[in-house]
Design a protein around this ligand. Structure first.
Ligand code: DGJ
Length: 753
């Protein structure tokens, strides 16, 4: 095999990176000389990162983004030569001696001369605050035809302190999933102060960051800002839920603000339901480092000898075709790997929360079953208020923690209700909030020490409740028993809505020792996942909705144990158009529960059409619906089950007209084989009718158009209804939806002929 010599002129991309080499390595205990220049490529179909070992033993990031190809990276080298390089990196000789810019170090640590925001910061057992990581080894294993797992081991130059960088590359979905594992063999405890899951360097001249922010009943707002020099932080510090004010996901556009279907855009989302931090650091050379992971704020982690600390994984994707493809990559990944049973049809749930709140009786609930059945719902979900006797759960001020059925409201228990539902041919589900306690409860009377609190401070309640300290084994077991007792003794319950209605403000534990307190917020979430995982594996046929006072846990950390999440308590369809648009950037429709309600008093067709574009459900008192509303809902549910559900839940999303940019919102879903599609148009302000240009269709195919979900007896006003068009025409010229007035809407099915 020939030796390839890369010099500055043939490796144009390297040239920018070869300045300012570090000081020669001190006391290297692992021979590096013969490996200088070694390349490690981690790549999905079109997206990857290329790493390189420097002469100082450190690992550097050469590039990220477009999967490195001969033309992009190596200029004049042939494909064979490049393959040879990647396979035999020792054959590569760098004319600069392998010195690389410290600012491009892949996973830098504090204390070894690196002066920007580090990915790792630790105090070693002997009190040394510095860490100096060098490359030890790497290994890639093909897990199956789609996934390759790469481990890269780094070690401190002196201490037996190891950092393993782990990356799963999902080839077909263009997703990299990255996490970090820490362990040591030092004589004592090492304290981790910073422990990023991923630390990527991106090189461009401008960066535009989109975040998803909000508050209770106002979730999922998109905001894009240009990154300036220095550090921008998106984070949450609220411990037991990733968000209330911000979701742990972002888009990062290179050079220009993000476009829907063009331009280079990265997407990132963290698999973690606790405090998170994304730090975007633009340095004096214009390079951007993005550090993602658990928020190190108030969370330094004491690591015992031999213990492994595994960070949550960060998901990255990238596209050269705008944020639309970023979303489709995440959705495809999520449907295969990120959301529980995503291939299975979601049941249509009728929830009683907005109909009854806490105020119901057994007969009232049973009477709602008949309505649910009549409309065609698959399942009745009994929300908050069904439990507690000494301190009955008649409002949010009492009873949380006392998970015995309230015998006044439900004298014959949950099994009776489940049986009544079954007799009417529907399933039965239940609301739980197993991690929380009201001070006015028997649980709190017995075990005040199970709640998180700080000594010498008045417990600070939120929604009149406190968080149980899940690091305490008895409290953790209690939370598990809430699930097991409810589901195990009532096999007729086949759905759970898991809620969590407060965040943490006093992260103190009476179980953890004084020097362990700072691990509470992290270990809480590991304990939480343990319980969620047990629920998913012990009750595989129970469908589960994730709720945290709305979208507080809209994250892929928890979603692997759940079928859907509840995006907001705001179900006004006008607001939902925006909320669903926001979450669709990162999450597929099969994961978003979208319920028809009366909130906002919008025209009923508009309300139905908005909910039909996600995982359809209802939150209504059927007895209070008009005959026309009942008829329309029954027809919509039937339509959803017959044809829309699998297009919406399994199809590729194309966002066509943004409600942020104009008077209407339009989206479509296209099945992977492009044989069927569904178009949803929502007019949010009065405006003249304009054609909607579809995307993702087969340009050469012919599609029959049919407007669906029309009010009873109405005739479509769409000129294109019932006609056949070429895919190319629908994408080039578009179709007029005939929506002009605020709250007009249209749903159109397209079928390839
Ligand atoms: C907050 C949820 O978001 C609501 O849907 C409802 O379940 C209430 N909690 C019940 O307390």
């Amino acid at each position: 095999m020939k030796m390839l010599k890369l010099n500055l002129s043939t490796a144009a991309l390297f040239a920018a990176l070869l300045a300012c080499g570090p000081a020669p390595a001190r006391g290297v205990d692992i021979a590096q000389a013969d490996r200088t220049g070694k390349l490690i490529s981690i790549a999905a179909a079109h997206f990857g990162v290329l790493l390189q070992l420097g002469s100082d033993g450190r690992l550097y990031q050469v590039d990220s983004g477009r999967r490195l190809s001969p033309s992009s990276l190596y200029g004049q080298l042939s494909t064979d030569e490049v393959d040879d390089l990647l396979a035999r990196p020792e054959a590569m000789v760098f004319t600069n001696g392998g010195k690389l810019d410290r600012e491009t170090e892949y996973h830098p640590a504090f204390g070894d001369g690196f002066i920007s925001e580090p990915a790792v910061q630790a105090t070693h057992a002997d009190g040394n605050n510095s860490t100096d990581l060098i490359f030890v080894t790497n290994q890639s294993t093909r897990l199956d035809s789609n996934i390759t797992l790469t481990h890269i081991e780094l070690k401190d130059r002196y201490y037996p302190f190891f950092v393993t960088l782990c990356v799963k590359a999902y080839h077909d979905q263009d997703v990299l999933e990255q996490w970090t594992e820490f362990r040591h063999d030092e004589d004592g405890t090492v304290t981790l102060f910073r422990f990023a899951s991923s630390s990527s360097v991106i090189q461009s001249n401008q960066y535009w960051l989109t975040q998803l922010h909000g508050d209770w009943a106002n979730e999922g707002n998109l905001e894009e800002d240009k990154l300036g020099m220095g550090m921008t932080i998106l984070d949450s510090k609220i411990g037991v839920r990733a968000g209330r004010f911000r979701t742990p996901s972002f888009l990062l556009s290179i050079r220009n603000p993000a476009q829907e279907e063009s331009g280079e855009v990265y997407g990132g989302t963290l698999e973690w339901s606790g405090s998170f931090q994304f730090a975007f650091d633009v340095n004096w050379q214009g390079q951007l480092r993005v550090l993602c992971g658990i928020n190190p704020f108030a969370s330094q982690y004491p690591l015992a000898r031999g213990q492994v600390f595994k960070t949550p994984a960060m998901l990255w994707t990238w596209s050269e075709a705008g944020k639309g493809r970023v979303s489709r990559n995440f959705h495809r990944w999520a449907r295969l790997y990120g959301v529980r049973d995503a291939g299975q049809p979601r049941p249509i749930v009728l929830n009683n929360w907005e109909a009854t709140g806490f105020n119901f009786t057994e007969s009232r609930i049973v009477s709602l079953f008949d309505g649910a059945r009549e409309l065609g719902a698959d399942l009745f979900l009994l929300d908050d208020g069904w439990f507690a006797n000494k301190y009955p759960r008649n409002n949010d001020g009492a009873g949380l923690g006392d998970w015995q059925v309230n015998t006044n409201k439900l004298p014959r228990g949950l099994s009776f209700l489940a049986g009544e539902a079954k007799q009417r041919g529907i399933r039965f589900g239940i609301w739980l909030e197993p991690e929380m306690v009201n001070p006015r409860s028997e649980l709190y009377e017995r075990h005040p020490e199970w709640a998180m609190a700080e000594p010498h401070r008045q417990p600070e309640v939120s929604r009149n409740q406190l968080d149980l300290d899940l690091t305490r084994p008895e409290a953790r077991e209690f939370a598990w028993k809430v699930i097991e007792n409810t589901l195990g003794s009532n096999p007729g319950i086949s759905y759970v809505k898991w809620d969590a209605n407060r965040y943490v403000t006093q992260p103190g534990s009476t179980y953890l020792k004084p020097d362990e307190q700072s691990r509470l917020l992290i270990d809480y979430n590991f304990a939480l996942y343990d319980i969620m995982a047990r629920m998913a594996s012990n009750y595989p046929s129970v469908t589960a909705m994730l709720c945290s006072g709305g979208a507080g846990r809209a994250d892929y950390g928890a979603l692997k144990y759940f079928h859907t999440f509840w995006p907001s308590d705001n179900t006004d369809p006008l607001h939902r158009v925006f909320i669903q648009w926001g979450f669709s950037q990162f999450f597929p429709a099969c994961a978003l529960s979208d319920h028809v309600t009366k909130m906002g008093s919008r025209p009923f067709k508009f309300t139905l059409d908005v909910a039909l574009s996600g995982t359809l459900g209802l939150d209504m008192d059927v007895a209070k619906m008009t005959a026309a509303e009942r008829k329309a809902t029954t027809a919509a549910i039937n339509l959803y089950k017959q044809s829309l559900r699998d297009i919406v839940c399994q199809g590729d999303l194309y966002r066509l007209d943004s409600p942020y940019e104009g008077p209407r919102s339009a989206i479509s879903y296209v099945t992977p084989d492009r044989a069927r599609a569904a178009l949803f148009v929502y007019q949010i302000q009065d405006a003249a009718d304009q054609p909607v240009k579809l995307r993702g269709l087969d340009p050469a195919a012919k599609y029959l158009l049919r407007e669906v979900n029309l009010p009873d007896g109405a005739v479509s006003r769409l000129p294109a209804d019932g006609k056949t068009f070429d895919g190319a025409v629908l994408m080039g010229d578009g179709l007029a939806p005939n929506c002009q007035k605020q709250f007009e809407s249209a749903v159109v099915e397209l079928t390839r002929q």
